[in-house]
Design a protein around this ligand. Structure first.
Ligand SMILES: NC(=O)c1ccc[n+]([C@@H]2O[C@H](COP(=O)([O-])OP(=O)(O)OC[C@H]3O[C@@H](n4cnc5c(N)ncnc54)[C@H](O)[C@@H]3O)[C@@H](O)[C@H]2O)c1
Length: 356
């Protein structure tokens, strides 16, 4: 018998604790639960950033597992806990194997484990590449909105790196009301750029679509630039390309040379997280020996504590917080349970009597 995950209040009242059923949620089910829910997910991500800023979360540093024999690959563990009304713990375990793309399969694959607040028992394993891309895109859409409220709303967007994350970000932006007069596309892979252009042509909000061979041309012709490459170190270093003070969603984190970071207003999702692992802000900190170039977090902007100036480029570097995966994963779990589609693995936890 399957029961929906108890709410915080129910679990306080339901004593003694019991072992929860363990469910597996497939990518198809995840996609179904998130279909056409972009606005709700952006609201959920916003609420989760607020919760995190209020200290109602535990979000330790991500752990990067790397391999001497496969230096371009990695698997990252993102443990996290959300308090408040949500009360759930868990772990995202996400692989990045860039060579997969040559074989026609996605670079990233992931699972998310949700743990019960009261017993610690894992109660679900969810396919999580969709959840991860969704929370990343929702965060980018939220940032685009919050960071342009005091400046002219961009009408020319440029995608620098055009894989799965770029597609999710475009989908989220348009779903929450953005449309563009011009959409620029740049990728080192002509196939990726062409595939993304074909995707854009099927949408209604892209305006005129231009493929740019030159990265400079893409940046100079965009007032909203989305970086979603897999670059491991900076490859854009001329601050003059940003003279028109665009908003830059620096989702891939390692594209910009420290000189550009230092010439910009910098907003991050979490300071301690973002200044790690060779991100561009981390390189800027190593170069200057201080964090003076950081202006605040997205939550600071949301609450009005920080108002980014409009006379410099504005760079948002989101490290990507495990609490966002937990929040979106819990939403998917609850939706799946509500629709009666939860697939419980009977007897998953076994030998539960202490002395047999
Ligand atoms: N910050 C976050 O929260 C977060 C979350 C998820 C993914 N990401 C990052 O987003 C990035 C994109 O992920 P994806 O799944 O779309 O990857 P992907 O492999 O599907 O696409 C990446 C694209 O970038 C292109 N590219 C690589 N180097 C480039 C360069 N120097 N200039 C132009 N194009 C270049 C590739 O050809 C490819 O088309 C990754 O770096 C990933 O780590 C960040």
């Amino acid at each position: 018998m399957t029961t929906v995950r108890s709410t915080a209040m129910e679990s306080v009242m339901s004593q003694p604790h019991t072992v929860p059923p363990f469910a597996v949620i497939s990518g198809a089910q995840v996609q179904q639960a998130l279909q056409d829910r972009e606005k709700q997910v952006v609201d959920l991500v916003e609420a989760t950033y607020e919760l995190h800023a209020a200290g109602e979360s535990v979000n330790p540093p991500s752990y990067f597992l790397r391999f001497p024999d496969r230096p371009s690959s990695r698997i990252i563990a993102l443990p996290a806990s959300i308090g408040g009304q949500v009360r759930v713990d868990g772990l995202k375990w996400i692989s990045s194997f860039p060579d997969n793309v040559q074989s026609g399969i996605p670079r990233a694959s992931a699972v998310l484990i949700l743990n019960d607040h009261d017993t610690g028992y894992p109660f679900a394993c969810l396919e999580s590449s969709i959840i991860s891309a969704t929370r990343t895109a929702a965060s980018a859409a939220l940032a685009a909105d919050r960071l342009t409220r005091n400046r002219q709303r961009p009408t020319r967007i440029g995608f620098f790196g055009t894989g799965l994350i770029a597609r999710y970000i475009h989908t989220f932006l348009t779903a929450v009301g953005w449309s563009f007069d011009e959409t620029g596309v740049h990728d080192v892979s002509p196939d990726s750029a062409a595939g993304f252009r074909d995707y854009l042509r099927q949408t209604s909000a892209a305006g005129q679509i231009t493929l740019h061979d030159s990265p400079e041309e893409l940046i100079r012709s965009s007032d909203l630039v989305v970086f979603a490459t897999i670059a491991g170190e900076p490859h854009v270093s001329d601050p003059a390309w940003f003279d028109h003070n665009p908003l830059v969603l620096h989702v891939s984190l390692r594209d910009l040379a420290p000189e550009i970071i230092l010439a910009s207003t910098n907003i991050v999702d979490d300071v301690e997280h973002c200044l790690k692992a060779g991100t561009s802000p981390h390189l800027a900190e190593q170069l200057t020996g201080n964090r003076d170039f950081l202006h605040g977090t997205l939550a600071d902007v949301m609450t009005g504590r920080v108002t980014p100036p409009t006379d410099r480029p504005l760079v948002f570097s989101p490290f990507g917080l495990g609490v966002l995966d937990l929040a979106v994963g819990t939403y998917v779990y609850d939706e799946t349970a509500r629709s009666g589609q939860l697939r419980v693995i009977e007897d998953f936890f076994h030998d539960l009597r202490r002395h047999g």
